[in-house]
Ligand binder design. Sequence first.
Ligand code: F6R
Length: 243
Amino acid sequence: MNIIKANDYNDMSRKAANIISAQVIVKPDCVLGLATGSSPLGLYSHLIKRYQKGDLDFSQVKSVNLDEYMGLTHENAQSYYYFMMENLFGQINILQENTNIPNGMAEDVEKACREYEQTIQSLGGIDLQLLGLGNNGHIGFNEPGTPFEQVTHCVSLTESTIQANSRFFDRLEDVPTKACTMGIKSIMMAKKIVVIVNGKGKADIVRKAFFGPVTTDVPASILQMHPDVTLVADAEALSLCDI
Ligand code: F6R
């Protein structure tokens, strides 16, 4: 595992943007696995700036997002579809038809999950998967206890994740309780994985995930077994690690 230590959030975002930019430059038709949440916002704005300067071209890039809430329409400002349009896709030249996000409004959720996994396979797999790290060690919406061998599936979110997400909603009751997520196996099949983490609040889970035992209690700990993982974390997030 490569660990890149960043000074702060902006430095983490810039360093991670360098890795993604390099991927797009060396393989213009690459498949990027993308994440939502607070962690990638700075990184996405670096990518947008580089696109605007003419340094990056996303016209052949394909993307697959990690997850989506169930029950939120595309127009709902809290859906991950909306997030991606606002914070990345709407501001770069990626083709809409080349972007993939699980269908949160699917009537047959199991079928939608199966089809999403097939979509990933039909694209030839993911070249680079970007991940944030949940406070409880989740990746995507794979909560503690999720079997490592699962592919894309529907999940019930844990109380701690619902609480963490509630900051984006007016009322706790509005926070979705289910999501469709790529499984840990889907993530582990990516050729390269980049994890971005910042802040003191995640220092303990960073230590457990990357230096503790590999256990389903800490889903991200499986990343220690992946042959090409780069952790880009700021000094605060790495403050409990002996590096
Ligand atoms: C987002 C996702 C989640 C987040 C994680 C960290 O698509 O799958 O696993 O990456 O919850 O969220 P932030 O970055 O908001 O701390």
